[in-house]
Design a protein around this ligand. Structure first.
Ligand SMILES: N[C@@H](Cc1c[nH]cn1)C(=O)NCC(=O)O
Length: 427
C-alpha cells in the first residue's frame, strides 16, 4: 500500500511533479512545428526567421545547462525547478499574447530560460532519491517524460489548436503549468533526509556544494576528455532529432508527400513514441547487465543508415518514414547512456554540473541544426509560396537528411572510441 512516509513511495510522486513540468517544457519547445504556418501569418516571418524563433529556445536552453547544473548542485533541485517553472510559464503567457516578431523572440527566450533548469533538476533529484543501479532506468524515464511531451506537442497539440486557436491553446497550458508550480515548491524536497525521511538504501546523504567545491568540480568535468566525446555524440543526435521532430519533419512530410499538417504530425509523433520506449528500455537493460558502449555503437550505425536512406531516396514509402522517425527517437536511448556514464565518472555530488555540461551540448546542436538545415532548404528553394509559406524542394530536404547522416557518422566514431577506452578500463 502507498505510504507518504516511505521514501520509496514518495519519490515517485515528487518525480511525477517534476516530470509533468518537464512534459510542458517539451510541448513548448516542439510546438512551433505544429503552429509554424500560424506563426508565419501572425508574425510575418521567412523560413530563416521562423528557424531562428524556434532555435532561440535552444540557444538559451543550451547556454543555461551548465549554470543550471551549478544551481542544482549549489541550491538544490526544488528551488531551481520551481523558479524555472514559473519563469517558463510566464514566458508562454507572453508568447501567446504577442503580435510582433521581436516580442515573440523575447518571449521564446524567456521560455527557454525557465525551461532550461527543469531536466537537470529532475536528474539531480534522481541522483539523490534513487540508487546508482537505478539511475540508468530513471535517466531513461526522464527522457521518456520528454518524449511524452514531444508526443503531446504533435497530433494532440495540433487537434487542440484546431479546436481553439494557437493562442488559446498556449494560454491554457501556461495556466496549468503555473498551477503545478505550487506543489512543486511545497512538496518536493532535495533528498529523503531533507524531507525528514529515512535515507534510501545505498544513497549517501547529499549536501549542497560550496563555491570552492563548485569550482573544483567544474574544472574536473570540463577538463575531462570523455565529457567532450559524450557531448559531441549528444550535439549531433540531439541536434538532428530535435530539429527533425520540432521543426523540419512536419514540413518535409507535408510538402514532399502532399498531405495535411495533422496527418504529417503523426510522423513526428512516431519519433516521440521512440523516445518514450527507447531510453527506459536501454537504461533498464544496461542497469542490469552493466555494459553500455556496444549498444551505443549499434545505435550509431543504425542512425546513419536511416538518415542516409532518406537522403538517397528523397521520397521513400511513407511507412519507411514512420519507422525511421520511430527509430531515430528510440536510438536516443543508446546515446543518452552517456548520462549515467558521465555521472559515475564525476560522482553524485557534482552530477548537476556533469549532466548539465553534456546536456548543453545536445541543445547547442538543437540550436545550430535548424539554421543549418534551413540554409540547405532555402538554398534549393524555387520561390514557390502557398498561403505565404515557403514550399521547399525534395532536393533541399535530401541535403538536410544528408547533413543528419553525416552527423551520425561522427557519432559512430565517438561510440567506437568510447568502446575502445572502456575495454582498456579507462571509463
Ligand atoms: N527528449 C530529449 C531531447 C531529445 C533528444 N532527441 C530527441 N529529443 C530530452 O528530454 N533531453 C533533455 C532535455 O533537457 O530536454
Amino acid at each position: 500500500m502507498f505510504s507518504w512516509s516511505s521514501p520509496y513511495h514518495r519519490r515517485w510522486i515528487l518525480w511525477g511533479l517534476l516530470a509533468t513540468t518537464f512534459i510542458l517544457v517539451n510541448i513548448y519547445r516542439l510546438s512551433t512545428a505544429v503552429i509554424s504556418s500560424d506563426l508565419v501569418v501572425a508574425l510575418q516571418t521567412t523560413g530563416t526567421q521562423l528557424g531562428t524563433l524556434h532555435a532561440a529556445f535552444f540557444f538559451v536552453y543550451a547556454a543555461m545547462q551548465l549554470p543550471a547544473g551549478i544551481l542544482v548542485d549549489r541550491i538544490g533541485p526544488r528551488r531551481t525547478a520551481t523558479t524555472g517553472a514559473i519563469t517558463m510559464n510566464v514566458g508562454v503567457l507572453w508568447f501567446a499574447l504577442t503580435t510582433d516578431y521581436g516580442s515573440a523572440l523575447g518571449a521564446r527566450l524567456l521560455i527557454g530560460l525557465g525551461g532550461s533548469v527543469i531536466f537537470v533538476s529532475m536528474l539531480r533529484f534522481c541522483a539523490n532519491w534513487y540508487r546508482a543501479d537505478e539511475f540508468g532506468t530513471m535517466n531513461g524515464l526522464c527522457f521518456a517524460a520528454g518524449g511524452t511531451g514531444g508526443i503531446l506537442a504533435t497530433t494532440p497539440f495540433a487537434v487542440l489548436v484546431e479546436s481553439t486557436t494557437w493562442r488559446t491553446a498556449l494560454l491554457s497550458l501556461a495556466t496549468f503549468g503555473l498551477i503545478v508550480s505550487v506543489p512543486l515548491f511545497f512538496l518536493v524536497r532535495d533528498s529523503p533526509e531533507g524531507a525528514g525521511l529515512q535515507p534510501v538504501d545505498g544513497v549517501p546523504e547529499q549536501t549542497h556544494l560550496s563555491f570552492r567545491e563548485v569550482w573544483t568540480s567544474l574544472l574536473g568535468v570540463l577538463g575531462d576528455r570523455w565529457t567532450w566525446v559524450a557531448g559531441t555524440m549528444l550535439f549531433c543526435t540531439g541536434g538532428v532529432n530535435l530539429t527533425l521532430f520540432g521543426l523540419w519533419g512536419i514540413p518535409y512530410v507535408v510538402q514532399v508527400y502532399d498531405v495535411s499538417v495533422t496527418f504529417a504530425s503523426v510522423f513526428t509523433l512516431m519519433g516521440g513514441l521512440g523516445i518514450v520506449v527507447g531510453p527506459p528500455m536501454f537504461g533498464r537493460v544496461t542497469d542490469n547487465i552493466g555494459h553500455r558502449t556496444v549498444f551505443m555503437i549499434a545505435g550509431g550505425v543504425t542512425y546513419v543508415a536511416i538518415h542516409a536512406t532518406i537522403a538517397l531516396l528523397g521520397t521513400p514509402p511513407l511507412g519507411f518514414i514512420a519507422v525511421a522517425f520511430f527509430l531515430s527517437g528510440a536510438l536516443t536511448g543508446t546515446f543518452v547512456l552517456t548520462f549515467p556514464m558521465i555521472k559515475e565518472r564525476h560522482g553524485d555530488q557534482t552530477s548537476g554540473i556533469s549532466i548539465g555540461t553534456i546536456n548543453g551540448s545536445m541543445f547547442l546542436g538543437a540550436a545550430l541544426f535548424p539554421t543549418l538545415m534551413g540554409w540547405a532548404l532555402d538554398a534549393y528553394w524555387t520561390g514557390e509560396l502557398v498561403d505565404g509559406v515557403r514550399v521547399y524542394t525534395t532536393m533541399g530536404y535530401r541535403i538536410a537528411f544528408a547533413i543528419a547522416a553525416g552527423a551520425g557518422c561522427l557519432v559512430v566514431c565517438c561510440t567506437v572510441w568510447l568502446h575502445l577506452r572502456e575495454k582498456k578500463s579507462d571509463l
